[in-house]
Design a protein around this ligand. Structure first.
Ligand code: ADP
Ligand code: S3P
Ligand code: MG
Length: 186
């Protein structure tokens, strides 16, 4: 089975469901944000503070390139990973892309007590989520091989739903060596 890439908005469940899928499939799980945090030795909000969103996105592209080359990996991306065309191409070519879809209100409920998402530290997080979802939804849909609605469905049930979808998906992938040379490590 090719690598599995989880995409979707903040709060869609990429990290949680990705971990469950990897366990069920006995595959390696990686989360791009956790890789960055381990590498930088600080949490995501600190990367935003020190280097701005542009700095974070640069690191994100590099980590995504590295992680998406790992054979059989289940990879949770960050919600904004689809913004760069280069990232979308990597994901689309190298594995099966699963879009975890949810409504803005649901995303808000799942993220409202978490301080680790700098883009949602605003006076109106629901408004911000609504706007980001409007901008990003076409990008998630553009690269999705599978679309999964996550509203009011438990994580365990979603994992159980996604497994047979992956087994029958038959996504043709191109080995990374055929697309881009590895980016230099940051
Ligand atoms: N289907 C779901 N139902 C209920 N809670 C969920 C669901 N998916 C995720 N969550 C919860 O929402 C929060 C955000 O999930 P997370 O996996 O961090 O999302 P993402 O990585 O997409 O931002 C976590 O507390 C997680 O337990
Ligand atoms: O949507 C985004 O732009 C972001 C989503 C976050 O990941 P999650 O989607 O896992 O919350 C993290 O990468 C960063 O805070 C930026
Ligand atoms: Mg996450």
């Amino acid at each position: 089975m090719p690598p599995v890439f989880l995409v979707g908005m903040m709060g869609a469940g990429k990290t949680t469901i990705g971990r469950g899928l990897a366990r069920a499939l006995s595959r390696q799980f990686l989360d791009v944000d956790l890789v960055l945090e381990e590498r930088c030795g600080v949490r995501v909000p600190t990367i935003f503070e020190l280097e701005g969103e542009a700095g974070f996105r640069r690191r994100e592209t590099h980590a995504l390139d590295e992680c998406s080359r790992i054979s059989g990996v289940v990879l949770a991306t960050g919600g904004g990973a689809v913004l760069a065309e280069e990232n979308r191409r990597m994901l689309q070519q190298r594995g099966t892309v699963v879009y975890l879809r949810a409504r803005a209100e649901e995303l808000y409920q799942r993220t409202r007590y978490d301080r680790n998402r700098p883009l949602l530290q605003t006076a109106d997080p629901l408004g911000r989520i609504t706007e980001l979802l409007r901008q990003r939804e076409p990008l998630y849909e553009e690269i999705a091989d599978l679309v999964v609605d996550t509203g009011k469905v438990s994580v365990a049930r979603l994992v159980g739903r996604i497994l047979p979808m992956l087994a029958t998906c038959n996504k043709p992938v191109r080995p990374p060596a055929d697309d881009l040379p590895p980016l230099e490590c940051l």
